[in-house]
Design a protein around this ligand. Structure first.
Ligand code: MN3
Length: 248
């Protein structure tokens, strides 16, 4: 897989944008048969990506039931409603990243459900069941060093952003698009993310490379109101090679 990450892959695979029958069949989301005489529509909808691990693989950090509900109900619901919102929408047929960067703030169905799909797909990918086996390396390690001073400082910054965020949302590690060497931490409400140019402030726009779900549904069964405990446990299960791959 090249460095352009799962985002690109999941955009293509999820959107079913690729019109060639070979790739469509390979990625398992080819176009549905069209009645003769109608223009074929290659868009067949975004799909729920599989988890790369079993529901209990992150225990005790994330319990099996939370993981199952989160993936099969919450994330699946975002995908379903996102596809419904794209029906007859001018952005239908565009890639996921294109859609997110073009969403208008008052287009709540697309904003909430498109964001929900992207954010969760990224979230599953940057988690690993194996604690302590992955550390930032290479260019990512250098960028963390130059942007934060140390990995510990980055993790403290993520914990602080997650801890002080009011209500539901996400804490992010973001790559600055103008200066790719610069990484920064921020948080966004609900299912917004730093790709949403028409919605988030210019100071937090960029490429999200690590996201922490701080909705209560992500941790409440196990941690109740102890969000900080959840975040610090989760930060021990980050798949840094995936974070590195997500960089532009
Ligand atoms: Mn969630």
């Amino acid at each position: 897989m090249d460095k352009r990450t799962f985002i690109k892959l999941s955009s293509v695979a999820g959107a079913g944008l690729v019109a060639t029958p070979l790739l469509s069949s390979l990625i398992g989301c080819g176009s549905t048969p069209q009645p003769i005489g109608e223009t074929p529509d290659p868009f067949s909808g975004f799909t729920l990506p599989a988890l790369g691990f079993s529901h209990d693989a992150l225990e005790p950090v994330v319990d099996r039931m939370t993981m199952q509900i989160h993936h099969e109900h919450h994330h699946a619901g975002y995908v379903r409603k996102f596809n419904a919102a794209l029906d007859n929408h001018p952005l239908r047929g565009r890639t996921l990243e294109e859609i997110l960067s073009a969403i208008k703030s008052n287009d709540l169905a697309l904003r909430n459900n498109g964001g929900g799909h992207f954010n969760h797909a990224l979230f599953w990918n940057v988690l690993t069941p194996a604690p302590g086996t992955s550390v930032p390396k290479g260019v990512l390690a250098k960028r963390i060093q130059s942007s934060f001073g140390s990995l510990e400082a980055l993790l403290a910054s993520l914990s602080a952003a997650a801890g002080k965020h009011f209500g539901s949302g996400w804490a992010w590690l973001v790559q600055d698009e103008e200066n790719p060497d610069r990484l920064f931490v921020c948080s966004t409400p609900n299912q917004d993310n730093p790709l949403m140019k028409g919605i988030v402030g210019a100071d937090i726009q960029g490429r999200p490379i690590l996201g922490i779900d701080i909705w209560e549904h992500a941790y409440y069964l196990n941690y109740e109101s102890r969000r900080t405990d959840y975040v610090s446990a989760l930060l021990g299960r980050i798949n840094w090679s995936e974070v590195s791959r997500l960089m532009a």
